[in-house]
Write a protein that binds this ligand. Sequence first.
Ligand code: SF4
Length: 894
Amino acid sequence: MDRGRERLPDLSYAVVLVPDLHAAQDVAEALREAAGAPALLLPRIATLGQWAASVPLDRPVAARAAREALLYRELGKRGWLQSADLWAVSGELAGLFDELTRYNVALPANFAQFNRQLERAYNARSGDSLTFEARLVHELWHVLARVTGEADPEAAYQLRLARIAENAAAPLFALGLTRLSPAEERFLQHYAARAPVQHFVADPELGASAVERMLAAAWPRQPDHPGLLDRARELKAAHPASPLTARLRLIGAASADQEAQAVDVTVREWLLAGKKKIAVVVQDRLVARRARALLERAQVLVKDEAGWAFSTTSAATVIGRWLDVAGGDCYHRDLLDLMKSPFAFHDWPRDERRRSVWRLERYVREDSVIAGLSNFIKLAEERNDAEVRQMLASIRAGVSALGRGSRSIPRWLAALTTSIEHIGVREGLAADSAGDQLLDLLARLGQELRADTLGVNFTEWRRWLARQLEAETFRDRAIESPVVFTSLASTQLRRFDAVMVLGCDAAHLPGPNPVSLFFNQGVRAELSLPTWPERVRELEDQLAQLIASCGAVVLTWQRALAGEPIQLSPLVERLAAVHRLSYDDNLEDQALAARLAVAEVRAPGTPAAVEPTRRPAPMTPVALLPRRISASGYNSLVACPYQFHVRYLLGLAELDDVQEMIEKKDYGQLVHGVLAAFHRAHPDVSAMDPLVADRELHTLSEHAFAPVVARNYLAQAWLARWKALIPAYLDWQREREGAGWAWRDGEVEREAEITTPQGKPLTLRGRIDRVDVRQPSAVHDESPSEFAVIDYKTRDPGRLRRSLELPGEDVQLPVYALLWGAPVAEALFLSLERDGVSAVELGNDVPALMEAVRVRLGELFDALAAGARLPAQGVEETCEYCEARGLCRRNHWA
Ligand code: SF4
């Protein structure tokens, strides 16, 4: 400002360079303050990169994505690292080569020379792996260098800087540009030869303030600095009172949740205290997510400058799901997930779309369709559901637009964009801020790679796309807020009223030493590339500047993770140690923890009181009592009235699961169907040739199981299990026919009308698996025909016997006898189990039992109408497969 004062208020002739563009607004503010003028014509405020990007070049620039694709192709051609993720290797190599260009490292033209250079750096003798690494890096570097007609991004940057320096005229002020690359330093020198350049760099060592001296004592810069204790003594002598106590607090949280709470409460306290600009420096993204959710619950929106990887956005998830559907076999879960996404079928009215998807889900569950788009289309056609058919037709069009086979990445990207138009996802993404940025990213990548012709298959292309979505960042630019989540690098030269740094533990600050596929830290140092210790020093500088520039700083960290203690960040530990040694205070804030609980903003709604869980026993409103009851409903009422209440009075039922594996109850139903078909075709089995009977039953069984086996080959095991029983079943059948019984009917639907003692009508209904008949001639002359009702079971006979031990506990057989309506002499379960075929009979007095269940049902219904309760009282065997278990909360009864 001193240099430009005579031309005020016009500063537009100058250029101010800042390390991060987020600082531009504060720099402009500072200039206005220093000028003391209400309005200024501001200088150009930019970063070096942004300034360079505005300079046109006379040659095309190869995009990073295109260079990675080239490296991928070259690696593939040479057959190197075949089992590795070649996209990851290409990405790392491209980054390494950019660094080599940035730091002016030219690899020797000769491979042997390069190998020797690496050998020196690794301080090892040349071995196979070293030679391979050297060959790989050396050869691919030269492949990239040979690409003519295009500049790589780093070279283009340097060319542009040179162009700016050649035409330098405006006075240049560089603020806080530390860690310049050699090319950038040369740029400033060349620029200075033509126009004035002034470079301001903060140096804590030279700082006059007590805080800066404190920070310099914690993070000294001179290589020959005194020890920690001496530095602490010197500090205490120069500044008897701590310069940090009033400005910096350190909060150690017991968990990630508590750390997030500490952020939430501290930020809200600052807002209440009138602070207008609050920065939260995010070192731990997980805690940041929780803290952001807590702040939003308290209606404090957060401006997130740090952003999120695209891969974590729901916009990228819908693309992933679409590729799962279109690239795979249209697995039902993927398909339903896709169709339920708010991005899909965005052009449909919302309610109509949701209802249609819900209907499709029901069809899929009812018919247990696992995969295959044509199978889902068939379901919709069978149900004559026009909307679902239309949706699935759009998906089919999208699948064919995406296509298969091998093609170049830009063609894959174009096919993806077209395919998502068919399913309304493109429209959905365009209406969402992350989605819109995602569409831009896909378009940019397609453009950058337009010249790439390498054919890749679907799987390789997906892997490439996943890497791009992981590497690129989404920033929500719609939110403006006094609270900013940002990175340490982005805080430089900015003014904040208060600052929090979250994630000040060793795992996040500085974080782990990055492991590189190529070149360890020793080799990087040998090649003059930046090393990890240098990066750590840079973090220390940034942290020191941040603390020095702000009057209220809170550093938070998590003391333990899953019961294991976590170390405080070594950077912060040094600061705390110097402070402790100087002032006998380790800067810890113990008071906040006590305030967290009282300051918590609870989720909306009244919290439910916690009471002991008791066995439920509800009453039923008379209006809910049905006038019809099935045999299984009656059985449920007797076995557990609460289960009856849930299933038959409230009508609650689980959605059927799509059965990827056949279950025992399906096996039972298939066998019932096979036996009914067999006996309907062959009522007299004894008259058949045993071999023919056996073959016939086998054929019917294979036919009935075929659709299930087609869905899942493992269903063969169930078929084999049943086939093993066929000889035993036929033996039992012939024996039964020998005793005079003949098959009469199977899968018989019946109803019986009952009047309760209170005179209320009630209909009992059910389906009988099988009815046999015995003619009088086989028993006594002149007697009427006798009937037997049979219920096939795939349970073991012991368990069936136990269920019949207490008369009236299992009402199925007497109910079937009652439903048949003619004299029933026998009622039995026929156990078709692994060990064989055996009958379990109800007992001798079937008519008496029939009458007892009839009377009992009438009485029960009268009692229910009079307000009787329906207690949960199933025995373990009933509860085992009961879907109401989560409702009666049997596992939690007090
Ligand atoms: S889990 Fe048992 S007690 Fe609960 S409703 Fe079901 S059968 Fe009744």
